[in-house]
Ligand binder design. Structure first.
Ligand SMILES: [Zn+2]
Length: 125
C-alpha cells in the first residue's frame, strides 16, 4: 500500500471531469488495483489462473506490470503514451512563451521540430 499519496487530491478529478460514468468506473478500478489481470485472478480470486503476461509471456501480469514494466509494450504503447504527454507539455510551453497563438486538442497538436522567438527556443524530439 502506497502511503504518501494525497487521497483527496488523487480523486479531485471526479468533481470536474467530463468522463462518462463507465470510464470513471474503470479509472477508479485501476486506482484501486481491482482490474482482473492474470495476477489478480491468481492471487485475489484464487481461480487457478496461470499468471503469465499476455503481451510478453513473462510471469507476473499485474496492473503495475501492464502500466510500466512490460517489455513488449515498452517501444510501442509506452512510447506513444510518453509522446502524447510530451505534446501537451510542448503545446503549453509554446503558448506560455508566445511561440504559438492558439490551443488545440492535444491529439491534433503536431509539434514543430523547432520553435523560436526573441525570448524562447523550443525543440521537439
Ligand atoms: Zn508483459
Amino acid at each position: 500500500m502506497i502511503t504518501d499519496v494525497d487521497q483527496i487530491a488523487s480523486v479531485s478529478w471526479l468533481q470536474f471531469s467530463d468522463l462518462l460514468w463507465e470510464t470513471e468506473g474503470v479509472v477508479c478500478a485501476i486506482m484501486d488495483e481491482v482490474i482482473k489481470t492474470r495476477n489478480y485472478r491468481k492471487h485475489i480470486m484464487k481461480n487457478g489462473t496461470l499468471d503469465i503476461c499476455r503481451a510478453c509471456h513473462r510471469p507476473g501480469e499485474s496492473l503495475r506490470h501492464i502500466v510500466s514494466r512490460c517489455s513488449h509494450l515498452a517501444n510501442g504503447e509506452y512510447l506513444h503514451r510518453h509522446n502524447q504527454v510530451a505534446r501537451i507539455f510542448h503545446q503549453q510551453l509554446s503558448l506560455r512563451f508566445g511561440l504559438i497563438d492558439f490551443e488545440m486538442p492535444y491529439y491534433r497538436y503536431d509539434p514543430a521540430s523547432v520553435l523560436e522567438n526573441s525570448s524562447a527556443l523550443l525543440y521537439w524530439d
